[in-house]
Design a protein around this ligand. Structure first.
Ligand code: BDR
Ligand code: CA
Length: 311
């Protein structure tokens, strides 16, 4: 039976690729997609979710909801330099009037999370690939209700490796460390997919040329444009490779054998100093399953094969 999932995201190029992977995977039954402020402001994230769904055209029309437009505390940061002006890189998707591949939930994201957890007790996996604000808001509202979730799979943090926003902190955790601390202490089973793992899963120009470009379908076209791959120069315009951070979290929800997991006690730094948003291993911290190594070839094989899927 397919795993029931809710995806909380801040679309985002790799978030969009994660959604494509999830909806194209028969192992998952995506019930809902919620948006949170992150890579781009929420007012861009929410239309981006709709745009990506109109590319995917999921027959089950998942529920969608807007979430937090700012972190619990502190100022908001965005990552336009990585995800472009709109959050979808150079890809342009026009929404067609009257064509809706989603159902709009009447309340905010935290309510939808609690509602679905209640509807599917101990069955729902929440895959969080943005800042953890929506999850923290739901936990503040109803911690017991959140315990009805089966598990959380979270892309975030750098445990034994450098951060990507500061030398110590990764974007999703740095964006809302207070939220991360609340989520880590929730008692819900967590699998963390940090940079330690996602930096092992990336697309190279060679893979683009040999495996992605020949697919020639709307999903490979989207990937080429969103990542800014220059077909003439055979390279990504702004970087050497593209990390598949968020797709790897979906990959782990599909099949944990892609990764090597260690159970670690973790702590999130919330003091506003140079270590803000850092994750450290601490004896008395909550126990979390952390992905540290990836069988990248097997994961990339899955990612590419699911890009070929056409309904
Ligand atoms: C994470 O930050 C975002 O920019 C990506 O979408 C991913 O979720 C990687 O640090
Ligand atoms: Ca993301």
């Amino acid at each position: 039976m397919a795993k029931k999932v809710l995806i909380d995201c801040d679309v985002g190029v790799d978030d969009a690729l994660a959604l494509i992977l999830a909806f194209h995977s028969p192992e998952l039954d995506v019930k809902a997609v919620t948006g949170v402020n992150g890579n781009v402001p929420l007012d861009m994230v929410f239309p981006n979710i709709q745009k990506v769904l109109s590319l995917i055209k999921p027959k089950n029309k998942p529920l969608i909801a807007r979430g937090a437009d700012r972190p619990l505390k502190g100022t908001t940061i965005h990552a336009h330099s990585v995800h472009g002006k709109t959050g979808l890189g150079d890809a342009i998707i026009d929404l067609k009037e009257g064509e809706e591949w989603w159902q709009k939930y009447s309340g905010p994201a935290d309510e939808l999370i609690l509602d679905l957890a209640d509807q599917y007790p101990n069955e729902l996996t929440l895959i969080a690939v943005g800042p953890l604000t929506n999850l923290a808001l739901a936990l503040k509202k109803d911690p017991e209700g959140m315990k009805k979730l089966k598990e959380l799979v979270i892309m975030g943090g750098s445990v034994r490796t450098r951060g990507n926003v500061t030398p110590y902190a990764e974007f999703n955790i740095f964006s809302d460390p207070m939220a991360a601390q609340i989520v880590f202490n929730s008692g819900i089973p967590i699998t963390l997919v940090p940079l330690d793992a996602t930096h092992q899963a990336f697309l190279t120009p060679q893979r683009m040329e040999e495996e992605i470009i020949p697919i020639r379908n709307p999903f490979s076209d989207f990937l080429i444009k969103a990542t800014g791959y220059d077909m003439e120069a055979h390279r990504f315009k702004n970087r050497r490779s593209i990390f598949l951070h968020d797709p790897l979290a979906v990959g782990v929800a599909i099949n944990t054998t892609f990764v090597k997991i260690e159970r670690l006690s973790l702590h999130v730094d919330t003091n506003e100093d140079e270590y803000y948003g850092r994750i450290t291993e601490k004896g008395d911290g909550p126990k979390i399953d952390v992905c540290l190594e990836v069988d990248s070839e097997r994961f990339l094989e899955l990612f590419v094969s699911r890009l070929k899927f056409c309904g």
